[in-house]
Structures are given as C-alpha cells and as structure tokens.
Design a protein around this ligand. Sequence first.
Ligand SMILES: CC(C)(C)CCc1c(C(=O)O)[nH]c(=O)[nH]c1=O
Length: 310
Amino acid sequence: ADLSTNIAGVPLPNVFFNASGVWCQHEHELQALLESQSGSLITKSATFEPREGNPSPRYLPIPNGSINSMGLPNEGYEYYLNYARKFDYSHTKPLFISLSGLSLADNVKMVEAFVAADLPCMLEINFSCPNVPGKPQLGYDIEAMDNALATLAPLVKKPFGIKLPPYFDIAHFDQVAGVCQKYDNLAFLTCVNSVGNGLAIDFETETALIKPKDGFGGLGGAMILNTALANVNAFHRRLPGKQVIGVGGVTSGKEAFLHILAGASAVQIGTQLKEEGPALFERLNKELSDIMMAKGYNSIEDFRGKVKTL
Ligand SMILES: CC(C)(C)CCc1c(C(=O)O)[nH]c(=O)[nH]c1=O
C-alpha cells in the first residue's frame, strides 16, 4: 500500500518519523534515522545555548511505556542550524527542526536565525517548553500561547507547526483550537507531548525510579495511546484547514492506523523508537501496509480522519 503523505505540502515517502527528543540529539543519531525506513526526521528540541540536561537516571522504560525528565539536553540551536545548512534536501525525506526556547525572546532569536538562513526544513516549535517559573508550561497558558503565536507566526512567515501537550478537558480543546485558528501559517499541530509529571515508584526499594524532580516526569508509550488519539481527533475535528501529526502510544502498525483514522497526517514514534531503535521503521511500514491491504485501503487518504461514531 502507499504510505506516502505530506505536511504543509512537503512530501514524506511514508507517515513515520521520530518524536523530537528520541534518537535525534547528535548528528550520528540523525544519520541513522536518515538511513532508516523513516519517512522523515526531526531534531531534539533546541535551546539557545547547549544544555547538559538533568542528572541520570532521567529516562526509563516502565510497564506500558516510559517516564522521562531529560531536562532539554541538546547541542544548542546553532548545531542544528548547521545540520540544516548541510542537509541534502534532495533526499526523499524532509527535515524537521524542533525549537524549545526557554523564553519567548530565545524562541524569537532562534526563529529569526532559521528564517534568515532560508532553508527548506520545517519548524516544529515545542509549546511544552517551560515558561516563566511558577507558571504552567506554554501549552497550558492559553494567553501566553496566543501571545507567543502572535509574535512567532509572522516571523516564521512560511508554514510551521507546534508541539502540544495533551489536553483533558473539552473546553481546553475548544480554547486551544480557537487560538490556533487565528494563525494562517500555523500549518500543523503535533499531538501529544508526554503526559506531564507522572511518578514511577519501585515497589521493592520504595524509591522513585528517576532522579530529577523527585521522580516526576513525562509519561509516554502504550499507556498514553487513548489520550493521544483523543487529542489528534479533537484538533482534527476543530481545525479542518490544518493538519495534525499524531504521537503517543504507537508501538505497531495498528496504533499508527488508529492515529490516522483519528485524523493524523503523519505519525511520530517516541518510546518505542527509544527501545527498539531505527529498525522499527521497517517493521511499522510493513505492519501498516499489511493492515491497509487487509482492509482494502490503498492510500492514507482513503481512511484518514474517517473514524466512525455510534
Ligand atoms: C519538558 C521540557 C524539559 C520542558 C521540554 C523538553 C521535553 C522533555 C525533556 O527534555 O525533558 N521531555 C519530554 O517528554 N518532552 C519535552 O518536551
């Protein structure tokens, strides 16, 4: 079956790529994604300056998923800008760049640098990034989100996307969609980032599993699939003129199929990629293709967003 898709008019040979943060901090990791069967690749969320991130253990697989509090370890935005300058855009797969400024000012400076470089890469701005200490993350501060988009969208000029945290209240889906609708070049939403501030505890040692933040960290993997599907579908229904990239709980072709049925135009993989490595993409392509053939679908558009209700 044909697993090709496009994001903001940019073709992807297949719907699959990494979630920002997984297998994408260093060039050798990005090279492995380039050589894999992924349909695209995205860099680790960049901050203005390089960051070590939090002390380990800061990521762990747990039953039905994972927990992480990495703390934005990355090489700094110039590293990824240089990577984007050297990238061979004649490749079959496009390059996405994730930005996660620690302040709006930092996001402005990084966006301006990428816009000045005028490269074909696609920006995904991480709205789970920390905002003013003591205030919720950008994605949970609707006024701050609107203000950030009012500043950033005109700067980016071309189509771009934002990475959103999961929402759990219909009124929040409505509010966030209302803000996103205001920005024409906001072309896609990537839903969802990890489910924030979970806590994994070891029964034997009676100790939190990860070191940072008293063990509090973002939850990913199978356990967040149904939250991810809801966020993908909620924004697919509310924003017909925009696209949604689905992420959360995809471990096989089956969950990828469900994300697309919910409305996703592409599918990112986090936890499962961290655990299985880039060979995962060959498996996912085969599994999704087999599912589509079995159901009589030839292309993604034959079933994308067509989840039925009772
Ligand atoms: C959680 C933040 C550190 C504020 C942003 C980076 C990030 C991280 C991280 O670097 O800890 N982990 C996630 O699961 N999602 C993210 O967006």
